[in-house]
Design a protein around this ligand. Structure first.
Ligand code: BES
Ligand code: MN
Ligand code: ZN
Length: 500
């Protein structure tokens, strides 16, 4: 990733030059040092505040260029609103909002002090985390960098110094978040990459970067998958010139012999729909149909980089779903690794076929404590939940509860939908054990109900991320289409449920 801003923490002091950022509350009160630093420009700040109608509301700015009486080139007052109501997630968003505001600024000093009371080192680290996440750009394929035509395409700030009361304590918190931010940005990169570049073999090759961090990476090719009997996954890939792969990544930072948890990702590098081909409009978005797999890779990076004390297995099924003379047809019956036969009704319901074998393989080989899959699985979940919540399905109430909690803590929120045997009749097949679509009604639920047939009794949750994996609009902490969604969520789950 280009232009990663350098973020350092220093003791509280006012800067000489560059962009100077101070925090103000809803009464426009400044911290002690900020008040001192701005003493010579009090009148300027007062006039600008009233001219702008700036009230110190949360996430609002007063932005002064070449402020008279100060050595700084630019002074930014960042509104905090009611300070005592601020939560960790607010600091994350405030940092993100500031990074969005800075655009081309080169040297930035933030005076991270409150008008009253102490700010925790965790809040400062969250603030920096938000800045780092917001500064991500994917401009690898732009050969002409136009200055200033679109704020989101400008180079982000490069040197950021955050003045805090206890730099050592903040740095400790920051190291963890820097590892997670790198994981999020790796996931974003993978989702943003075009499908002519990122086909299954190339995706698998990139996962081998994780070895540098101590993650073991195994790549299974088509022959090996045939031997294992993965007819469901292989059927999806058979119409593509790009061979399928299955990647197994293992981070063993926990106790030796402790059962791992497993995260499984849908990695459809491009989904044309196959013979049941999709309409042309918007089909380019289907390069992101591997967002689940991207999240798994980003998560393993984050866990390894911060040396998580947990045993975690990541498994991703990588295929390309193409129409072709060799492609699978509606009406075909394939045999999955589990032994269950599947009648293909619609070749566009391919994600569940990939996951059927990936889930079964993971459960059989690793006997995980629990298993979570992430998949851009159904358009129906976008209709149900839009782009705000991921869909959650689970056979385990405790796991579901823990996921929902991790979701509200990180802002990567989940909403639980039902499973139940009542839905089975929609996917029972005339000719095989199960069919791969269940008709128009409850499309996300019947997809999850299909997956459930391939997890047995393993505690399991399925996250349908079709609405959140690709960002439809910018947020405070993200302007990238590939959202990197789920890395922070699952890192938090591991931290809260496996490491403590
Ligand atoms: N990859 C799509 C789901 C999708 C849709 C992801 C929109 C992201 C945005 C999936 O493979 C698919 O095509 N699902 C079909 C299932 C149907 C044929 C039963 C769908 O949702 O239409
Ligand atoms: Mn599809
Ligand atoms: Zn798909």
């Amino acid at each position: 990733m280009a232009n990663t801003p350098k973020i350092v923490f220093s003791p509280l002091k006012s800067p000489a030059t560059g962009t100077f950022v101070v925090l103000v509350d809803e009464n426009l009160h400044l911290g002690r040092l900020a008040k001192q630093a701005l003493a010579s420009s009090r009148d300027l700040v007062r006039r600008a505040t009233s001219a702008q109608g700036f009230k110190g509301k949360k996430g609002k700015f007063l932005d002064l260029i070449a402020p008279a009486g100060l050595k700084a080139d630019r002074l930014i007052l960042l509104g905090l609103g009611k300070v005592k109501d601020l939560k960790a997630g607010d600091w994350l968003k405030l940092g993100g909002a500031l990074a969005g505001r800075l655009s081309t600024a080169k040297n930035v000093s933030v005076l991270f002090e409150l008008p009253e009371g102490q700010v925790s080192s965790e809040s400062a680290a969250e603030f920096a985390f938000g800045m780092r996440l917001r500064a991500y750009r994917f401009d690898r394929y732009k050969t002409k960098k136009k200055e200033g035509d679109d704020n989101n395409n400008r180079a982000p700030a490069t040197n950021i110094s955050i003045g805090v009361a206890d730099p050592t304590a903040v740095r400790k918190q920051w190291d963890i978040r820097e590892a997670i931010a790198a994981g999020v940005n790796i996931a974003r990169d993978l989702v943003n990459e075009p499908p002519n570049v990122l086909f299954p073999i190339e995706f698998a090759r990139r996962t081998t970067n994780l070895k540098k961090l101590g993650v073991s990476v195994e790549v299974l090719d088509v022959k090996q998958m045939q031997k294992l009997g993965m007819g469901a996954l292989l059927g999806v890939g058979q119409g593509s010139v790009h061979d399928a792969r299955l990647v197994v990544m293992r981070w063993n930072g926990g106790k030796k012999g402790d059962k791992p948890i497993a995260i499984v990702g849908k990695g459809v590098c491009f989904d044309t729909g196959g013979i049941s081909i999709k309409p042309a409009g918007g089909m380019e978005d289907m390069k992101g149909d591997m967002a689940g797999a991207a999240c798994v890779v980003g998560l393993l990076h984050a866990l390894a980089a911060r040396k998580a004390r947990a045993n975690v297995v990541g498994v991703i099924g990588l295929v390309e779903n193409m129409p072709d003379g060799a492609a699978q047809r509606p009406g075909d019956i394939v045999k999955s690794m589990s032994g269950q036969t599947i009648e293909i009704i619609n070749t566009d319901a391919e994600g569940r076929l990939v996951l059927a074998d990936a889930l079964w393989y993971t459960k059989e080989r690793f006997k995980p404590k629990f298993m979570i899959d992430l998949a851009t699985l159904t358009g129906a979940i976008v209709i149900s939940l839009g782009h705000e919540y991921g869909g959650l399905f689970s056979n385990d109430d405790k796991l579901a509860k823990h996921l929902i909690e991790a979701g509200s803590e990180t802002g990567e929120r989940l909403w639980r939908l039902p499973l139940g045997p009542e839905y089975d009749k929609q996917i029972d097949s005339k000719f095989a054990d199960v069919k791969n679509t269940g008709g128009r009604s409850a499309g996300s639920i019947t997809a999850a109900q299909f997956l459930q047939r391939f997890v047995d009794k393993t505690p399991w949750a399925h996250l349908d991320i079709a609405g959140v994996g690709m960002a439809s609009s910018a947020s405070d902490i993200n302007t990238s289409w590939g959202a990197g969604w789920g890395v922070r969520l699952l890192d938090r789950l591991v931290r809260d449920r496996c490491e403590s």
